[in-house]
Design a protein around this ligand. Structure first.
Ligand code: THU
Length: 138
């Protein structure tokens, strides 16, 4: 799975977004260490706070299937029904969820506009001085 393919998978996952309140559709594609890829989309809710981001949808799907080692995630987002025109960076809650399960030094986050246009950062770059399982002796 190349980075380009992972961004392409995130763009495809965005098609499944359920965003009737924000009308902001997000897709994510999580690459597990064994090469398995999980798509995720944002799933909103009439009560607002139960909504889930695309990144966490992908991570929780993978966790349920028993995956524990993750290499990278691609994220794309923008107003639904329109081509993506700006980068979409993971929210703070998603960064913290990644911190629970991913190595900050090596886990890569790809933020894309298209499969030909994306940037990458490590989790450590997006969540410096993070609080994680090690702080509780895990
Ligand atoms: N959202 C994501 O799914 N991922 C992000 O990285 C940023 C925000 C969703 C949450 C909500 O459904 C919508 O985008 C607007 O905030």
């Amino acid at each position: 799975m190349t980075d380009i393919e992972l961004v392409r998978a995130a763009i495809a996952a965005r098609e499944n977004a359920y965003a009737p309140y924000s009308h902001f559709a997000v897709g994510a594609a999580l690459l597990c260490a064994d090469g398995t890829v999980y798509g995720g989309c944002n799933i909103e809710n009439a009560a607002y706070s139960p909504g889930n981001c695309a990144e966490r949808t992908a991570i929780f799907r993978a966790m349920f299937d028993g995956h524990r080692d993750f290499a990278a995630i691609a994220v794309v987002g923008g107003p639904e029904g329109e081509p993506i025109s700006e980068l979409c960076a993971p929210c703070g809650v998603c960064r913290q969820v990644m911190r629970e399960f991913c190595d900050p030094a090596t886990f890569r986050i790809l933020m894309g506009i298209s499969e030909d246009s994306f940037i990458e950062a490590t989790l450590a770059e997006l969540l410096p001085h993070g609080f994680g399982p090690q702080n509780l002796g895990k």
